[in-house]
Design a protein around this ligand. Structure first.
Ligand SMILES: [Zn+2]
Length: 403
């Protein structure tokens, strides 16, 4: 097997754990210990299964949970990514007739933008590599090329839609006919559309498709037109969802996503614990596909907050904030207090006469928590958001992890 021949880390693991890799199949994969982000951080180069001459590219994770880790890609990994994304875009109904505006980062060692580019061109679609931000440049692209599909972080798609309104353009009547949403969930845990989804639909009046992937697993889960969770590409990955003890949870129960991507050349991983919490559904989808579907990411395992005995994920707080009118921007700051308990401070930049009580009551009603809330100006918010360097527009500062 490739890993026992090529991966120094797994050679060592199989030897110390006494694992005969020949006897392992998908059915008894659970005999292999999990690989964690910390394992990769500690032994990053030992995970590389090819030499530098065969590495065509290095990409890194976003580092939202600590130091970014390097993933080496070989030539076949690029081809695999192109296949993965062509299948994934195919689930959203993208064909060679489409023109796609990619508004995610295409450089900075980022895998996602490059993967979309490879997949879209493999399908034969036309691509506009627009990159992140710059609303006037996005408008220029919309006017010049009349793209049919937008690939964007949902909150950016929202911002772009509002900007078009200020330019006397109705997003619902522009050339965009579907939006592929990455990085932020657009559904509630029960798969119903969340507030962000509704706000986007109100603006753009077109179907939204959620897609979830990570640099380490190099494989995407993407929704079909029924929005019933992201379909697994079973030829590219084995997925497990496990509880705190590492045992598989029941179908539809919340647990940590564990990924074993298949056919990786550069940095192959076995049973990688992603840290992402979600639910897996095995019953066939309305679309007729039998592949398992993954629900929205409900939180990051490490970001779980315990506030006076109530456990809550930052994502749940964000979902409530999205429902409240008058919030321009927000930042969640997590820290440990002097008693080593979790503390959450929510910074809000607001538009009109919103008061703290309204926000506090909403959080209390829906999540039974009353964190500290501070109103700050838009300028102060921009400074705070700029202060932490991230490629993603992060709205969470977890001082418990980086300290
Ligand atoms: Zn489906």
């Amino acid at each position: 097997m490739y890993l026992s021949d090529q991966s120094p880390y797994y050679q060592d693991l199989f030897r110390t754990e006494g694992i005969d890799i020949q006897s392992i199949s998908a059915a008894n994969l659970d005999q292999i210990p999990f690989t964690t982000k910390t394992d990769i951080e500690k032994h990053n180069t030992a995970f590389e299964a090819i030499n530098r001459k065969s590495i065509v590219e290095y990409v890194t994770t976003s580092g939202t949970l600590g130091e970014p880790i390097s993933i080496a890609l070989g030539q076949t990994d690029l081809e695999r990514l192109a296949y993965n994304e062509s299948q994934s875009l195919g689930l959203c109904g993208i064909t060679d007739e489409d023109t796609i505006l990619i508004t995610t980062t295409l450089d900075k060692r980022f895998m996602a933008g490059m993967a979309y580019y490879l997949g879209a061109t493999k399908i034969g679609a036309t691509v506009i590599r627009s990159g992140i931000g710059d609303l006037h440049f996005q408008l220029d692209n919309l006017n010049r090329y009349r793209p049919t599909t937008l690939i964007a972080v949902p909150s950016f798609a929202h911002k772009l839609g509002l900007f078009l309104n200020t330019q006397n353009i109705d997003p619902a009547n522009c050339s965009i006919k579907k939006i592929i949403c990455i990085g932020e969930p657009i559904r509630n845990a029960d798969l119903t559309p969340n507030t962000l989804h509704s706000k986007l639909t109100d603006l753009w009046n077109c179907p939204l498709f959620s897609t979830y992937a990570s640099t380490e697993m190099a494989t995407a889960f993407t929704e079909c037109e029924h929005g019933n969770g992201g379909h697994l590409l079973p030829e590219l990955m084995i997925v497990e969802v496990v509880d705190d003890e590492g045992k598989k949870v029941e179908d539809g129960d919340l647990g940590e996503v564990v990924a074993t991507p298949l056919g990786i050349m550069g940095t192959p991983l076995l049973r990688y614990k992603t840290g992402d919490m979600a639910r897996l559904y095995n019953e066939p989808c309305i679309c007729g596909r039998n592949t398992p579907r993954l629900g929205p990411i409900e939180g990051r395992k490490k970001h779980l907050i315990k506030l006076k005995g109530t456990s809550v994920y930052p994502q749940q707080i964000e979902n409530v904030l999205h429902q409240i009118d008058g919030i321009n921007q927000y930042l969640l700051e997590l820290s440990h207090n002097e008693l080593d308990m979790d503390d959450l401070c929510i910074y809000l930049a607001i538009t009109d006469d919103l008061n703290i009580e309204t926000v506090s009551n909403q959080l209390s009603e829906q999540l039974r928590v009353r964190p500290q809330i501070t109103f700050i100006s838009d300028k102060e918010m921009s400074l705070k958001l700029k202060a932490h360097k991230s490629r993603k527009p992060s709205k969470l500062l977890d001082l418990r992890i980086s300290n």
